[in-house]
Design a protein. Sequence first.
Length: 297
Amino acid sequence: MRELLELVAGVSAYDALSSSIFTLHAYVIAGFGDIPAVSMLMHMKGHNGLCPCQMCKIQGIGILGSRNKTLYVLLSRHMGNHHTPTDVVEYDPERLPLCLHDSFMAQAKSVEAAPTGMQREELAKVYGIKGVPLLSALGSLRFPQSFPFDFMHLIWENLIPNLVLFWSGNYKGMDKGQPYVLHPNIWQAIGATSAEATKLIPLSFGASIPDPVKDCLYFMSSTWSMWSLFITPTVLQGRFPKDCYYNHFCSLVRILNLCLQFEISKEDINEIELGIRKWVVDYERCIPPFRFRNIED
């Protein structure tokens, strides 16, 4: 922080073109990392907190009657009779309660100013903020706008592997009897076909893909990317009992391809925004009808 503040004030630097000394100013305008890392930079509770999102004030809910303390961040809270303390039944993806810099800093300061440790912890739980972040001393940063989500971890290390757990029936024991779970024989055939298909794909497209059924632990973000974009749309076709699950995945592939273009037009941005909103709403319709509990229950 001392060095960053010195750069803001200005340091002497040499200009080789003009053979002169000038004052160099440098400003941090963005911070990157996976969600836990960004939570530390922003001094937030993080993805396991009641208010886990760095961008909006949505609240998480847990599974009723379960020892699993994981909180799930759903738009729709119609499942069961217990809701979060805000009693929000359904969040509108187009009108989420977004976090703004001034309100974020006001809440951070109120947590910092709490007279007792217990009160401070209670406010931190409600706001999802543990106190004033050290980086807020830099006037060039805005909270949370200066801390965007990391695409690699969000998609290739989280979303796609979770979908694989759904399809294989291995997602935390929640998928028994669900129509999106593929029969083991079908899943093994998909894995073998995927591994065989990489022999016909030029190396310039990416590294060879191992069998996602037998060698899933060897998958990296680049492996998940190549497999999901180039192979999965073909090997999954006609595999699900209902076509809606395959079509839903293909819509995701369409969105990801738009995001990864070298040039993105305003029309592409609009399609990405609308596509993500629709994809998430459709995604939640496929979630098993668990009953969720209030975090205070």
